[in-house]
Write a protein that binds this ligand. Structure first.
Ligand code: NAD
Ligand code: DAU
Length: 362
């Protein structure tokens, strides 16, 4: 056991201005007494508004920078002497990885490698308890395992890697580097592979916030292909709690799959969102939001089904999700309805260019 969140400790969180990272920073500051140094490059996906509630929190230190900047990483490690690094920073959107993969290789592969190198240098100089308690937790995805057929068992920690998109290939590469740093150098790493998250602060390029945003704007709701692709959905705060639990109880070198046992087709998800919106924000026309659903050209190489077998984290760590899909999706819709200003800010400028790139010719 390694309680890195106790009050005398500092943890470095990378990508903590993004969707899951920001939720994690809020959660870590709430449950533990540790200080959080938040290293984020503030790409289009990073948003300081996600951290606005922490403006007066002395235990949150924000640093704008790149995980691939070794000098900066070395300096932060030397200055803050963290008990752990939690690496969320990544390019995360599959469609963007298809149209422009370069940044995915740079951040997800080279950036993670550079961070691992500096973490290793730092860790090797630690002594005794500080050295044995140190953890490098790498946040990864179920997409590294590829695509399941209808009757295949869910992904377990021993499922062979078979990434299909530039995004998942870049995450797979980073997972392999993390594994190698444990086996070769003994760096006490942990890797978590989680299924699809949803909840507050998710950028409206991803399915759930995009559907809510388009529906409220009376725009077409784009469903790729036949809408029968399956994802396994987990409310973001359940993911964050799982990471905190793995930090504390995970065995160095360990891999932990995280998922909500909540498989849904995309059409199911879209229909659920439409019916909650019909109830909470009915259209002026009186028609249901389902009328906005529009089938569009499929994503190239689109994985058919993801599903996570969470037996290991449930048994060894004692983690269970608290939200069901029904409770989490309702909270999510309500959050977006309550945060129209946040949505308006993130959907201006560059967001419109992306929507034109991705949907213009579909
Ligand atoms: P996101 O795109 O919302 O946020 C990524 C954050 O990383 C942003 O704040 C961005 O500014 C920052 N960033 C990007 N490049 C950086 C760099 N070079 N240096 C420092 N910061 C950089 O992503 P997310 O959905 O919150 O995902 C976070 C992590 O969780 C990713 O590693 C992703 O692969 C993984 N993951 C996501 C999901 C999901 O459903 N969203 C599921 C499983 C795993
Ligand atoms: O499985 C975990 C992964 O989940 C994470 O590693 C990724 O970072 C995260 O982006 C997510 O990837 P997906 O590709 O599954 O998520 P996305 O929200 O982009 O799409 C979910 C499903 O909905 C997928 O089958 C594609 C489909 N889709 C998506 C969009 C944006 C549509 O039908 N229409 C859309 O407009």
């Amino acid at each position: 056991m390694s309680d890195v969140t106790k009050s005398e400790n500092t943890i470095i969180v990378t990508g903590g201005a993004g969707f899951i990272g920001a939720n994690f920073v809020h959660a870590a500051l709430k449950v533990g007494g540790s200080t959080v140094v938040n290293l984020d490059k503030l790409t289009y996906a990073g948003n300081l508004e996600n951290l606005a509630a922490l403006a007066d929190e002395p235990r949150h230190i924000f640093v704008k920078g790149d995980i691939g900047d070794r000098q900066l990483a070395a300096e932060l490690l030397r200055t803050h002497r963290p008990a752990a690094i939690v690496n969320f920073a990544a390019e995360s959107h599959v469609d963007r990885s298809i149209s422009a993969p370069d940044d995915f290789i740079q951040t997800n592969v080279v950036g993670t490698f550079n961070l691992l190198q500096e973490a290793r240098n730092y860790w090797q100089e630690l002594q005794g308890e500080a050295q044995s308690a140190f953890r490098f937790l790498h946040v990864s995805t179920d997409e590294v395992y590829g695509s399941l057929g209808d009757d295949d068992p869910p992904f377990s920690e021993t499922t062979a890697y078979a990434p299909n998109s530039p995004y998942s290939a870049s995450k797979a590469a980073s997972d392999h580097l993390v594994r190698a740093f444990f086996h070769t150098y003994g760096l006490p790493t942990l890797t978590t592979n989680c299924s699809n998250n949803y909840g507050p602060y998710q950028f409206p390029e991803k399915l759930i916030p995009l559907v809510i945003h388009n529906a409220l704007a009376e725009k077409p709701i784009p469903v790729y292909g036949d809408g029968a692709n399956i994802r396994d959905w987990l409310y973001v705060t359940d993911h964050c709690r799982a990471i905190l639990d793995v930090l504390e109880k995970g065995i160095p070198g360990g891999v932990y799959n995280i998922g909500g046992r909540s498989e849904k087709t995309n059409l199911d998800v879209v229909h659920t969102l439409c019916s909650i919106l019909d109830e909470l924000a009915p259209r002026e026309s009186g028609q249901g939001y389902v009328r906005l659903i529009t089938f569009v050209t499929d994503r190239p190489g689109h994985d058919r089904r993801y599903a996570i077998d969470a037996a290991k984290i449930e048994a060894e760590i004692g983690w269970q999700p608290e939200e069901t899909f029904q409770s989490g999706i309702r909270k999510t819709v309500q959050w977006y309805l309550d945060h129209a200003g946040w949505v308006a800010n993130v959907t201006s400028g560059a967001y419109r260019d992306w929507i034109e790139t991705n949907y213009g010719e579909r």
